[in-house]
Design a protein around this ligand. Structure first.
Ligand code: ACO
Length: 365
């Protein structure tokens, strides 16, 4: 007898054991490789989190558990990726930054000798910075292998080193969002990895899933929402109008979190450390309160709260990243998690192959 019960969003379906991260949606807690996200964000930068995620999974000597090796590996990979920038420019005219990254990853060869997790995690920041500078008519800046990913990325975008506080903010952001359970993009990467298609193809697939506004595409539209609201005394009416039109509020709601996403406060606290953000932060906090009140009124019983993308928007704005590049920047950090999941899938997983329930016509008997 064929089983025909459909679970269209795979809610609650568990398809793998994983040591990477646990998202506790009832308690609003996130654990990454045994450490709370609050502790990890306060103590460990992007390279450290990548080393932690890759521990026991990366091939021997390729950065698993060794932050120094990861830093060196990513620095060499950035230098290697810079050679691809002229080809990238030729193929990305008119594309958004995240579409540009899609092309850039697609150009990397499966035959490349450099470890592929270094290659993709090193290439993404180089490609992103080059694309952003090209959009302003500026030439690409070569990477500096003495720097960390966050330091070098800001430098390659701005043309000069940023102040410590900004570099630290970006590093904490990349570390905070590096992994998050079986989200849509990670799951996509694991499906592709389960066919043994290879790490670059798996990460590219993850990037494509990340791009959608319901996943990694949300933070740019959060700022669009702020623009539309304009002033605080218009916020209540704006939300009532939005619900009357069936608008989905960007930066709110989550499949797993039924309470506030813990990453929202980690990022909110970083924004507060940056100069000249007090006014914008106060505005965002008030808009958030009004949005939550409106969600309670218009969607009673749905348990919708603030997700990571709300304060991501504020943080990346404070770092002067153009909003069109927010999703691409998320990809720079999340790529470490995608690589870790590809390793884990390859190590113990089978091909992921669910079923559909056929409701079409049948041949006559
Ligand atoms: N605004 C308004 N209503 C919402 C929102 C929202 N942001 N999120 C969910 N709802 C409503 C739905 O309309 C639905 O209402 P209904 O029962 O009256 O039809 C109910 O809450 C349940 O929502 P679902 O769509 O079933 O929730 P699901 O788990 O499928 O979707 C998602 C989760 C995609 C994140 C959704 O909350 C959403 O679209 N949020 C806005 C986009 C966003 O911020 N995405 C970033 C998520 S974090 C990340 O991926 C990095």
């Amino acid at each position: 007898m064929l089983q025909t019960r459909v679970n269209s969003g795979l809610d609650g379906v568990i398809v793998a054991d994983s040591v990477m991260s646990e998202v506790d949606g009832e308690a609003g807690r996130l654990i990454v490789r045994g450490r709370s996200i609050e502790e990890l964000a306060a103590t460990t930068g992007f390279e450290g989190v990548a080393a932690l995620l890759w521990e026991e999974f990366a091939p021997p000597g390729q950065g698993g558990g060794d932050e120094g090796a990861v830093r060196e590996g990513l620095a060499s990979a950035r230098v290697r990726a810079f050679a691809e920038v002229p080809k990238l420019f030729a193929a990305t005219k008119g594309l958004t930054p995240v579409e540009g990254l899609r092309v850039g990853l697609g150009m990397l060869a499966d035959t490349e000798l450099m470890p592929h997790h270094y290659l993709v995690c090193g290439a993404l920041p180089v490609f992103l910075a080059a694309l952003l500078r090209a959009s302003e008519g500026k030439s690409a800046l070569a990477p500096d292998p003495m720097l960390t990913t966050a330091q070098d990325l800001l430098r390659m975008i701005r043309g000069r080193r940023a102040d410590d506080v900004f570099e630290h903010a970006l590093d904490t952001y990349l570390a905070t969002i590096a992994d998050h359970g079986f989200n849509a993009s990670t799951f996509t990467a694991r499906v592709v990895a389960s066919t043994h298609a290879g790490l670059i193809s798996s990460v590219l697939a993850g990037l494509c899933a990340l791009k959608g506004p319901l996943h990694g595409g949300a933070p740019g539209p959060v700022l669009d929402m702020f623009d539309e609201i304009g002033s605080l005394n218009c916020a209540g009416a704006w939300f009532d109008d939005a619900f009357s039109k069936g608008t989905t509020l960007m930066g709110f709601g989550h499949r797993i979190y039924k309470v506030r996403d813990p990453r929202a406060d980690v990022l909110k606290n970083i924004v507060a450390t940056l100069p000249q953000t007090a006014g914008r932060l106060a505005f965002a906090v008030e808009v958030e309160k009004t949005a939550i009140a409106a969600l309670r009124r218009h969607k009673p019983g749905r348990r919708l709260d603030t997700n990571v993308e709300y304060y991501t928007a504020l943080l990346l704005e404070a770092l002067e990243v153009p909003r069109s590049a927010f999703t691409a920047l998320l990809a720079v950090g999340r790529a470490a998690g995608w690589c870790a999941h590809v390793f884990e899938q390859k190590k113990g997983g089978r091909i992921i192959r669910p079923q559909s329930n056929y409701i079409g016509t049948r041949p006559e008997a």
